[in-house]
Design a protein around this ligand. Structure first.
Ligand code: ZN
Ligand code: ZN
Length: 134
């Protein structure tokens, strides 16, 4: 699957995947202005135009990257495993399905997705993955 940032200087290729996870945590909402809708792409994502990728260490275990020219959010990456979570909107394809929602207990009341998905609270996420979302 291919994608690129708004201005096109950063392009990438990721393995095929259809499932989107929504994260309602405060870090994702502050970063993006709303919940993050991301595709779990694994560690094998290849980028071109890496000189235009800015990286922000958002916690001891993860970093968030963006295009330094146009500001497009490129990924959330878990440092321990090298796994990328890439916002669904930066892919050329829109053949995705909202499969899960995490940090549902951190979601503010002003929006709600109509999609029927499993929903995990922060506690359940920590129990399942052993890491925090920020
Ligand atoms: Zn750009
Ligand atoms: Zn989050």
């Amino acid at each position: 699957m291919k994608g690129e940032c708004l201005c096109g200087v950063v392009q990438f290729t990721a393995p095929e995947s259809r499932e989107i996870g929504a994260c309602h945590c405060g870090y994702c909402r502050r970063w993006g202005g709303g919940p993050m809708l991301a595709v779990h792409c694994g560690a094998k994502v290849q980028f071109a135009g890496t000189e235009h990728i800015g990286v922000y260490a958002s916690s001891d275990w993860a970093e968030r990257a963006f295009c330094t020219r146009c500001g497009t959010h490129l990924y959330y990456k878990l440092l321990a495993t090298g796994e990328y979570f890439v916002p669904a909107g930066v892919f050329d394809s829109s053949d995705f399905e909202l499969a899960s929602q995490i940090y549902i207990d951190k979601k503010p009341p002003y929006y709600e997705f109509a999609n029927k998905t499993p929903m995990l609270t922060e506690q359940q996420v920590l129990a399942q993955y052993g890491v925090s979302g920020d």
